[in-house]
Design a protein around this ligand. Structure first.
Ligand SMILES: [Cu+2]
Length: 383
């Protein structure tokens, strides 16, 4: 464990975090809250995934649960007016049994196995090292949780994210301690509801749909990882950021939600090829411009599965801010959309292409130095 022990700025800007939780299910945290690496120095390169240290993943067939346990860490007490942060290395974890994921819950356990308050969990991530993301050539991000993330679930017989025995996943976490008490041997556990792949006449019918999480960020392809920075400065007045890409495979988007900070005025997801605005949302704000809520949209009903997207089209995320103050708000803006995606029948989820520069950048960011840095705005975040 590398330990970063630094002070969080108490008087940070009032950054409202709208937790991204889709009505249809799987949540992802999208606010890294961490600023840039300051240590500098050469990138350490991309290590061999197969040589990474292991996290433990077991399968409880009776309960239909994958249990992921990251190795324990020591959590120092917070300093005066600030919190201690501990960032884990990246671990590998092999899937012990084939199943379809339909729920997840993350917790932090002490050395005696007792659950600690959720506030200790800054974030935990689980990715598929061998498959790419829908819109980005980096690794497929499966699950994430933070202290704001409630347990999430989708109907197990209708939707499920398939994983197969022996599939290699990667996981990493960050813990935070705001208390003056050090905790030793603390570890992160994810309990992942995963329906066993059953044989027999009807066993293979369920779940009815394979569902994968997807995300687009206005700062892609940069700063995808929680250790890097996806926020941007807000000068006075209007600021717009956008990013566009093609999905790797065709399918249906069945739900969409987003994440913005204060002074955001709109977030859009557009089919650039046809000009159709698939999703336009205006954050619910108070009179001072603070974001109170960001509505989530479902694209399915009794006669329609979702919005079909196709690799022959380009899609764009656009976030717009209007900063009413007279000064630049450093790292004040973020914009991302996320949801669930159901691939067309017969399509195979694509592997990563290790020669792709975007994949290489993604891995360099994941494995890059995370020493140093500040937590500007961290404690100013509200939800
Ligand atoms: Cu954010």
């Amino acid at each position: 464990m590398r330990v970063m022990d630094y002070l969080a700025t108490r008087a940070g800007r009032a950054t409202r975090i709208v937790t991204l939780l889709l009505v249809v299910g799987l949540a992802r945290i999208v606010c890294p809250a961490l600023a840039h690496s300051q240590a500098g120095g050469p990138a350490p390169g991309i290590p061999d995934i197969a040589a990474l240290p292991h996290a433990t993943m077991t399968f409880d067939a009776k309960q239909g649960q994958l249990i992921l346990d990251l190795p324990p860490a020591d959590l120092p007490a917070s300093g005066a007016g600030g919190m201690a942060m501990v960032s884990s290395p990246v671990y590998q974890a092999d899937v012990p049994a084939s199943c379809t994921i339909h729920s997840s819950r993350a917790s932090v356990l002490d050395s005696a196995g007792r659950e600690l308050p959720k506030v200790f969990l800054h974030h935990v991530h689980l990715s598929d090292a061998g498959h790419r993301d829908l819109f980005l050539a980096g690794t497929l991000h499966l699950l994430a949780a933070s202290k704001e993330t409630p347990s999430v679930a989708v109907p197990a017989l209708i939707l499920g994210l398939p994983v197969t025995q022996g599939q290699r996943l990667i996981t990493w976490s960050m813990l935070s301690n705001e208390t003056p008490i050090a905790h030793h041997g603390v570890h992160v556990r994810m309990v992942i509801g995963c329906r066993p792949v059953t044989r027999g006449m009807f066993g293979s019918w369920f779940p009815l749909f394979r569902a994968y999480p997807w995300v687009m960020d206005a700062m892609f392809p940069n700063g995808r990882r929680p250790r890097s920075d996806r926020s941007f400065d807000l000068p006075p007045g209007r600021t717009t950021h956008s990013w566009e890409s093609r999905p790797a495979i065709p399918g249906d988007i069945v739900g969409i939600g987003g994440h913005v900070h204060d002074y955001a005025v709109s977030l859009d997801f557009t089919d650039v090829t046809t000009g159709q605005v698939i999703w336009h949302v205006t954050p619910v704000r108070d009179s001072a411009g603070h974001v109170l809520d960001l509505p989530v949209t479902r694209f399915y009903n009794w006669h329609r599965l979702g919005v079909h997207i196709d690799p022959s089209h380009r899609y764009r995320i656009t976030v717009t801010y209007d900063n009413p103050t007279a000064h630049v708000i450093p790292e004040g803006g973020m914009g991302s959309v996320a949801g669930l995606f159901i691939p067309d029948r017969g399509t195979r989820w694509p592997d990563v292409n290790i020669a792709d520069p975007v994949y290489q950048q993604d891995m360099l960011e994941l494995f890059g130095s995370d020493s140093g840095g500040t937590m500007a705005g961290m404690s100013g975040m509200k939800r």
